[in-house]
Design a binder for this molecule. Sequence first.
Ligand code: SAM
Length: 330
Amino acid sequence: MLDKYNREINYLRVSITDRCNLHCVYCRPKEGISLQGHEDILRYEEIIRVVSIAVKMGLIKVRVTGGEPLVRRGCIDFLSQLKKIDGLQDISLTTNGIFLEKCAQNIFDAGVSRINISLDSLNKDKYSKITREGDLDAVLRGIAKAEEVGFSPIKINTVAIKGFNDDEVLDFARLAVDKPFQIRFIELMSVGQPGLDCHKDYLPAKQLLQKISEHYELERIENNHNKSAGPARIFKIKGGRGEIGFINPVSHHFCSTCNRLRLTSDGKLRACLLNEAEIDLKKALRENCSDAELEKLIWDAVLLKPKQHDLICTENILKKCTRNMSEIGG
Ligand code: SAM
């Protein structure tokens, strides 16, 4: 699927629920959000239908996310249904890792071999604070289980927050020395109603890179040698087992190579995380649209893709994306 700017769109992120067992302060408020009801969210069979049609149009990759995908009942069966879609080459999952110890093997057996696990601090108290009561030990056990089961790659998503985890950058780098993980530092974006000041707490990735390179010898890996890297700039640490990645949506956007669409938990197809335009697939699905009509709506979304987002670190940054990340799918 080629968009107006000649980008090949072949990747879909699917948020299967806006619910989450954690309330990370930069992601969603703890109280005061109205959660979507059972009827509001897309049924699994509706998602499978959308993906099957999109695959015929050129989709090859799907990432299942949320909210926390593993809190939705039936998630693992859904993953195995996705796996059966002919032509879908790659299925991955993003999770906070809390339930991984219990279900990593089942996820792997369902056909998902690539997993991203969010982890913003290696300190128990800080982890609990940023996630509003998450249990760091549970995540670490989940990561260990994922490694034991054979997930590859295992990517650790760490949102960089000024004054919160910038003092842990070298601890995370050490993790990439000791373990075959890809530690990805993500710049904080102003999405939804975050419980922190995304302007004040934003930390440009280049500062982290600078700090790490003062202690470790880094070798840049080109993305075409590492097809699963996506927009991350990846470095190998000399002598280490893993890699370090930087995802800079704010300081250095990667819109010119963006290949994504997002399916929100309530069935809207969104062409850009940071642009409010959406196409309502749920309405069409529930009015028994034909496959041709669905295909046309998917095209409409592709053609809606803006040349680039305008989320930059300025004073009006907070106006740019009103929906919470958990609904859109991070
Ligand atoms: N519950 C899963 C998890 O924790 O990984 C999946 C959903 S979560 C929304 C997906 C990713 O989005 C996480 O890695 C999270 O850190 C990232 N994220 C959420 N809000 C963000 C923000 N404001 N800026 C940057 N990354 C964010």
